[in-house]
Design a protein around this ligand. Structure first.
Ligand code: NAX
Ligand code: ATP
Length: 602
């Protein structure tokens, strides 16, 4: 399984829950209970966590568990005193309680006073789990003050936690020496201001922890962005070099083939015919002369009706009685949130109508009910905003042939993060991934999520394209030459197939550009792009499932993209013919059957 790279000390909720599941397993608990030394047990915990896709050291696991135990005990303390008021202090309270209730109780007083709360460094010999003190019941009835008055240390870099206490206690920070604590009276009554002190202490502790997480998250985001930019620059330079070598090799046929970097994908040279207008070469240089030269050698933008349409026909699977359900395509759509329910529906239903057998939508809970009500044909999973969204979707990935990420996804950080992780998992399964709409927003923020993945296809409209281009090149897009810009974007993305939608759809894998000029109409209703991306999900699966013979060695993504663009435009034309200005995407979807037949089955 692909391991998720985990950084520093920040644990995601999903990761923590996975850790808790493992730690709560019977054999682990038994091993921890029965042994004085526990490093081997945490080695096992870390190994199991790794198998679930999370990379952590045994020490990180041990420290995390220790911290969770501390939070649990603090929350439990508050809980007993104030009827559940502190439940929120420990996010994983229920899971912890389930696990710990099957174990002998740990006394919070002991844990806090012993310094287990703070001293998390491990020299390889510390065995916290098994050195939990002998079990004492909670001392509520005695009124014993069982929390530290002045000092708390966390498993993370120390953050001073100002704890202001009354009744003669002095205020100190987390870094103050424990020896300086004032001696406290042996016994207290539970109804004294202790409860409110405890409450304040817990709240401040939680707030400090929270603000630490937020700062850390911000720091990591900045770091991510810096790394993305660096990565993009490096990749771009490599590709530029590759193209330089390639251009030199082409001009000098005696040069050994090994001097040129192989193109990332096959080119469409074989399908090109003479007399086709050259475009990129005839334009102004913009400071990237080597790219220009390389483009000028082979760029022949052409309409692909004659060349590519037969290849699309080739990849359409025959309908026979020998097949079982699912063989012609199981497509997944990642998208659909409170605001946008139409887009994922359009994409998913279009996939079905083009010929996929099953169409799944992975959306938020809110959106699911609505999408289900549009169509009983779709399988709708209300998981995209659930805490374990990625695991829930990952379960389905082995059953999916291709993925369309973005229609109606929205731009909520949490949903984008989930989408990103699903893309990572899907890449590991080598399935075609079409990225559209808000999925492209994600790519503009973090290009490496799909960069270099040869089965990735981007379907931007002009605005989305501009965003992507400027994210990659850090300079304004030159709108005078779309073909050249589209090729540049494809190259920068590692020769991914880019479909720039517009008056003519422009399809490129960085080597060649083909144009889809299938007649459409003047009607531009929202959702047409979703029809395109859903259809493309199916066609991409068919294209990659076909032999190289069927696609005449043309890049399968390009063949599929050409098919999807032609189909969308033909649907638009037919629907417009019937409905004129009132044409909507629903009308276009009703034309899929006859448009498909006309284009690909006649
Ligand atoms: N019924 C629905 O639920 C629909 C939801 N949609 C979703 O809405 C979300 C946002 O999509 P947007 O497309 O609005 O994305 P953006 O928020 O990036 O907006 C793009 C803007 O650019 C404009 N634009 C498009 N092409 C242009 C061109 N060639 N020149 C100048 N301006 C141009 C559009 O009118 C739009 O206002 C996505 O999640 C998308 O999937 C859309 O798919 C439409 C249908
Ligand atoms: N000016 C145009 N003339 C003809 N067809 C067009 C034109 N613009 C777009 N199309 C067709 O509509 C399809 C969808 O493109 P559009 O620009 O509407 O996508 P989008 O903005 O992503 O759509 P959505 O509304 O689903 O987000 C394109 O593939 C293209 O075939």
């Amino acid at each position: 399984m692909l391991a998720i790279s985990t950084r520093g000390f920040l644990w995601s909720d999903v990761e923590t829950r996975t850790l808790l599941n493992i730690w709560g397993e019977q054999d682990i608990q038994t091993a921890l209970d029965g042994n004085f030394r526990n490093s081997h047990v945490y080695r096992d915990v870390a190994r199991r966590l790794g198998e679930m896709g999370f990379e952590r050291t045994p020490e990180q696991c041990r420290v995390r568990i220790k911290s969770l135990k501390r939070q649990f005990l603090l929350a439990k303390e508050g809980n007993l005193r104030n009827n559940g008021q502190y439940h929120k202090i420990c996010k994983f309270y229920d899971a912890m309680e389930r696990i710990l209730s099957s174990r002998p109780q740990i006394d919070p007083q002991e844990l806090l006073d012993s310094g287990a709360v703070g001293d998390e460094t491990m020299d390889g010999t510390e065995e916290e789990e098994d050195t939990d003190p002998p079990q004492h019941p909670y001392l509520e009835s005695t009124g014993e003050c069982s929390y530290p008055e002045t000092q708390v240390k966390m498993e993370y870099p120390p953050i001073p936690i100002p704890v202001t206490v009354g009744n003669g206690y002095s205020s100190q920070s987390a870094s103050g020496p424990s020896s300086s604590r004032p001696k406290r009276p042996k016994k207290r009554h539970a109804d004294l201001p202790l409860d409110s002190l405890m409450e304040r202490f817990l709240e401040q502790s939680a707030e400090a922890e929270q603000s630490f997480y937020q700062l850390e998250e911000q720091r990591l985001q900045v770091e991510d962005r810096r790394r993305e930019a660096e990565h993009a620059r490096e990749l771009h330079m490599l590709q530029v070099l590759g193209q330089m070598f390639s251009s030199i090799a082409t001009r000098n046929p005696v040069a050994p083939a090994t001097t040129a970097m192989p193109p990332a994908r096959n080119t469409m040279e074989s399908t090109m015919q003479p007399g086709v207008p050259m475009s990129a070469s005839s334009h102004m240089m913009r400071g990237r002369s080597f790219i220009e030269r390389s483009f000028s050698l082979g760029t022949a933008a052409r309409t692909g009706m004659d060349d590519i349409l037969p290849l699309v026909k080739n990849i359409v699977p025959p309908l026979t009685s020998k097949k079982h359900k699912g063989q012609d395509g199981r497509i997944g759509i990642i998208g659909g949130c409170q605001e946008y329910t139409g887009a994922p529906y359009f994409a998913a239903i279009s996939a079905l109508k083009v010929g996929a057998d099953l169409s799944h939508v992975f959306c938020t809970k809110d959106a699911a009910i609505v999408i289900k009500s549009y169509s009983p044909e779709l399988i709708v999973h209300p998981v995209l905003d659930s805490p374990n969204a990625v695991e829930e979707i990952e379960k389905w990935l082995p059953r999916l042939h291709s993925l369309v990420v973005g229609p109606g996804l929205g731009r909520d950080d949490k949903l984008l993060k989930n989408a990103k992780e699903v893309i990572e998992k899907s890449k590991a399964r080598d399935i075609p991934i079409v990225i559209d709409a808000d999925g492209l927003w994600l790519v503009a923020q973090q290009p490496s999520v799909i960069q270099g993945y040869q089965k990735g296809i981007l379907t931007p409209n002009y605005m989305e394209f501009t965003r992507l281009y400027e994210a990659m090149y850090h300079e304004p897009l030159d709108s005078s030459d779309h073909q050249r810009s589209a090729m540049e974007l494809s190259v920068a993305m590692g020769n991914l197939t880019v479909v720039l939608k517009g008056e003519e759809d422009l399809i490129t894998d960085g080597n060649k550009v083909i144009l889809c000029r299938q007649e459409g109409s003047g009607r531009r209703c929202g959702g047409q792009g979703d029809l395109l991306s859903g259809s493309l999900g199916v066609l991409a699966h068919w294209a990659y499932a076909s032999s190289a013979d069927m696609t005449k060695s043309v890049n399968p993504s390009v063949v599929a993209a050409f098919g999807a663009c032609s189909l969308t435009r033909q649907c638009n034309k037919q629907a417009f013919h019937k409905h004129g200005r009132a044409t909507t995407t629903t009308d276009m979807i009703q034309e899929i059957s006859s448009a498909f037949k006309k284009l690909f089955e006649s």
